[in-house]
Design a protein around this ligand. Sequence first.
Ligand code: ACM
Length: 522
Amino acid sequence: MKFWLIFLFIIASFSAGAQDIIPRPNEYKQAEGFFKIPDAVSISCSDTGFSDLIPAFTASLKRYNLVAVIKKPKKGVIQILYNPIITEKEAYRLKIEPLQITVEAGSPAGCFYGLQSLVQLILNAGQSGQIACGIISDQPRFEWRGLMLDESRHFFGEAEVKKMLDLMALNKLNKFHWHLTDSPGWRIEIKQYPLLTTLGAKGNNSNPEAEAKFYTQKQITEIVQYAGQRFIEVIPEIDMPGHATAAARAYPEFNGGGSVKYPDFTFHPGKEGTYGFLTNILKEVALLFPSKYIHIGGDEVSYGNEQWSGFPEVQQLMKRENLKDLLGVEHYFLRRMADSIQKIGKTMIGWDEVVTANLATHPLVMWWRHDKPQMLDLAIKSGYEVILCPRIPLYFDFVQLDSHKSGREWAGKYAPIESVYDFPSEKFLGGISIATPLVKGIQANLWSETMHTSERLEFMTFPRLSALAEAAWSNQEIKNFSSFQKRMSGMKEIYKKSDVHFFDATIPERSKEIASPEEVKN
Ligand code: ACM
């Protein structure tokens, strides 16, 4: 008898179970027994609406050397079922029985997430090839689970972006905010204004002479489609009226000047042509991205708008529109562009500066200034929908360990994985309650000033991305950092199989900082 108990314990400790999944499923009931993964897995699907999901699933299994055979419509070992009783958009049920695995959902997105959980279970089963029986009933805490990538400061390219999208999907993140334009380089082809990419795409944060790097419209379309197959919505950001140096280099007629530290930083708000130019750009952008959103930045304009007041066109504008100061001009600019976006049929997103711009239609607001919780408060009180992405702890260009030298800090604060995991606990919110449906979710931002290579980008992203994912998906009551750390052993194996350069203080070969050429910490 004793022998058998010990035997069972050993089997259990080497098999996979729902307790291994990241992000942690919100409901799980363990049952007796194990499902033994066969050498070749057969899959059947009850609903044609779900059958598109199978190729992505089998591709992920193939990547890890598992063969899947698709059977239609006969019953496979893995069965995918449409279940209209599951009404939440991203919810799923995953049932593991000794001879059968069933993934049920009321929507393709839910089904996709059920399959992502299953991919993790299969990969975590390791040598035992066993998955513990049980039922997972799961749905996300937040509808917006985002990651932003800045490809203006440094350009990473299609293969790296797809790798990121794969890992986002496995972690059930669903919004990819793509920061495609900023001062160092313009990274999206606009057919009507080719100089944006012949001239504007030259250079990066490390080398202003670097050859032009950008995405063609064809590449953008392909990446958007690739993301869509993984239930990731891609939201483009075209930053304005600040962070415009690359565009000003290409089309100096729309340059609104800058400051000593940030030369040629803004678009010219006093010229009517600027609004036409930017509207034409947004019209092309709108056609490439099926998302209902376009992000137009709106951040940090005061860093480089001091020359505005010297332009006669701006003086006339101020008089005509009764604008008292440069902040008034900035808000006028935002109102004009918000109007364009509405006419294009999209919804605007802006950084939290837009909250005071008095826009006719509420944009979605990204609260990023952790030192200004009053902006979060004002956004919520004014009825804006909000995404939480404060620098502390959700800017992944901040260091993750005190001893790391490359990357940012803010008055001694940085972004260790524990604090990412802990988000959005009260201590990060400056006393503002987020108990409102207006708060749609959370997002981490990868600003790439100090990310000069893909290796360094990955080092700053992983494993914090998995902590972000659990913070975004799993309900507060089931979050537990030490459980997360244990479950990360499976995810780290997946990172290794995916050739990810992740940081891990506990693994000697993963603990060394992949640094940027400069020490930053400011
Ligand atoms: C920002 O970090 N400037 C949004």
